[in-house]
Design a protein around this ligand. Structure first.
Ligand SMILES: [Zn+2]
Length: 407
C-alpha cells in the first residue's frame, strides 16, 4: 500500500498520478489505482521536484537593520558586513539562519548549499552555528555547507588554517573568492591545491566586476581541466561575462562547458549592487541564456537575504525566477518553460544531489504549485500549495482574497 497518492497533478506537461512509498516516488502514471493510505487531489496543479538553493548566505542574513544601505560614494557591502561580522555570536548567527531555513521551506526549498564565512572577523563561529543548524533541520531541508573565504586569504595569517580546520570539521566543499585578493591566480591555485589534497569540490565567487582585465573564469576552467576536476567546480556571479565582446564571450563559454563548470547566477544581488557608480545602471547579471544554449549547467539562486548586499533578498526561488526573467530578458513563453529547471534539476546537479527529480525511485522531495504550467507559476508567483520532504508534508500554503465587486 502506498503511503500517499497525489492525484491528477501536472508532470511533464500532462495530468498524472504520483505514488509515494517509504519517502520515495514509487510510480508516476496517468492513473494509479488505490489502495493507498491517503490520497490528495491536486488535479491540474503543477508538480515540481523541490527547489534547490545552490548559493545562499544564511550566516549574514537579516542584518540590514544593523548597517546603512548602499549609497553613491559610500562603503561597499563587503566593508559594511565585515564590520558587522566582528559582533556575530554563534547564537546570533544560528537564530538568523533559522529564519532563513523556515522561510525557505515555506517557499518550497528542500535542499540548500550555504556558504559559511571564515575569516579573522567571524573566525569559526559561523561554522559552529551552521553545523548546529544542519542538525536541527535534518530531514526537513538538506543543508550542504561550504567553507568559504569571503575576505580573501592573503591579507593575514589566520584564514588558510581555519579553512582547513573547517574541512576537518566535516564541511564537504571549499569556497574561494579570488576578487578579494590582489593576486587572483595565486588565490585560485591555493584553492585547487587545498581541494585536491582533501578531495573536495570547489565553489568560487568569481568575476563580480565589470572589469574584463580581472576575468578569472577562463583560468579556473583551464585549471579544472588540467587537474581533472571536471564537474566538481562551481562558479557564482560571472558578471564580467556580460561586458565581454560576443566572440570572446562565446569562446570562454565554450571552455566553461568543456570543463564541466556549473554556473550560478544571483540576479537579485547583481541588480542591487552593480552599476552604482556608472552613467548607466549595469545589470551585472551573467549571460544565462547563452550559457544554457552552449550546454553549460546554469542555475539561479537567492544569495543574500535582508543585508547590505541585497536588502530585499528573500529565500523564495520562484521569486528569483521572476527576477531572472526580467533581468536577463528570459520572458518568452519558451524561455519561461525552462527557467524553472534553473531552480530545480540544474542546481541539484551543481551541488551533487543524489536520487533527485521527478522520476520513479527518486526521493519524494516535491512542491505543488497553484499553476498549470511554468509560465503561469512565474508570472503569477503562484502559491506553493504543498511542500513535501521525503514524502512528508513540511509546508502547506494558502492564499485567500475576496473581491467585493460584481460586473
Ligand atoms: Zn554569494
Amino acid at each position: 500500500m502506498d503511503d500517499l497518492l497525489l492525484r491528477g497533478g501536472i508532470i511533464a506537461g500532462r495530468q498524472q498520478d504520483l505514488a509515494i512509498q517509504h519517502g520515495r516516488i514509487r510510480q508516476i502514471a496517468p492513473t494509479i489505482p488505490e489502495p493507498v493510505h491517503k490520497a490528495l487531489d491536486i488535479t491540474g496543479k503543477l508538480i515540481l521536484p523541490g527547489f534547490v538553493e545552490s548559493h545562499i548566505h544564511p550566516d549574514k542574513a537579516f542584518v540590514a537593520d544593523r548597517a546603512p544601505g548602499l549609497s553613491y560614494g559610500g562603503p561597499p557591502p563587503q566593508v559594511l558586513v565585515a564590520e558587522l561580522k566582528k559582533a556575530f555570536t554563534v547564537d546570533d548567527i544560528y537564530e538568523r539562519a533559522c529564519r532563513v531555513m523556515w522561510s525557505a521551506i515555506r517557499h518550497g526549498c528542500t535542499a540548500m548549499r550555504a556558504h559559511v564565512e571564515i575569516d579573522p572577523y567571524v573566525q569559526l563561529r559561523g561554522v559552529e552555528a551552521l553545523l548546529r543548524l544542519q542538525a536541527t533541520f535534518a530531514g526537513l531541508l538538506d543543508l550542504q555547507l561550504v567553507a568559504f573565504a569571503q575576505e580573501g586569504i592573503f591579507h593575514e595569517g589566520m584564514t588558510q588554517g581555519m579553512l582547513r580546520e573547517a574541512l576537518h570539521m566535516g564541511l564537504p566543499v571549499l569556497g574561494g573568492c579570488p576578487y578579494m585578493d590582489e593576486d587572483q591566480r595565486r588565490h585560485i591555485d591555493w584553492f585547487f591545491e587545498t581541494a585536491e589534497a582533501v578531495d573536495v569540490p570547489l565553489d568560487f565567487h568569481a568575476d563580480s566586476s565589470d572589469d574584463p582585465s580581472r576575468l578569472t573564469c577562463e583560468y579556473i576552467a583551464e585549471q579544472t581541466m588540467v587537474r581533472g576536476m571536471q564537474g566538481r567546480v562551481t562558479l557564482g556571479h560571472l558578471c564580467t561575462l556580460d561586458v565581454l565582446a560576443p566572440d570572446r564571450r562565446a569562446r570562454i563559454i565554450g571552455k566553461l562547458r568543456q570543463a564541466g563548470m556549473h554556473v550560478i547566477s544571483l540576479p537579485a544581488t547583481e541588480m542591487h549592487v552593480k552599476g552604482r557608480a556608472d552613467r548607466y545602471a549595469w545589470r551585472g547579471v551573467t549571460r544565462i541564456g547563452e550559457l544554457r544554449a552552449a550546454g553549460v549547467n546554469v542555475a539561479i539562486s537567492t544569495n543574500n537575504v535582508v543585508n547590505p548586499f541585497t536588502p530585499y533578498g528573500h529565500p523564495d526561488l520562484l521569486r528569483q525566477a521572476l527576477v531572472a526573467a526580467m533581468a536577463a530578458h528570459l520572458g518568452n513563453l519558451d524561455q519561461m518553460a525552462w527557467l524553472l529547471d534553473l531552480i530545480t534539476i540544474n542546481p541539484a546537479r551543481a551541488i551533487g544531489l543524489k536520487d533527485y527529480g521527478l522520476a520513479e525511485g527518486c526521493r519524494a522531495d516535491l512542491v505543488v504549485l497553484d499553476a498549470a504550467d511554468p509560465a503561469q507559476a512565474i508570472t503569477e508567483q503562484a502559491e506553493k500549495l504543498w511542500v513535501f520532504k521525503a514524502g512528508r508534508v513540511v509546508a502547506r500554503n494558502m492564499r485567500t482574497s475576496e473581491l467585493f465587486v460584481s460586473p
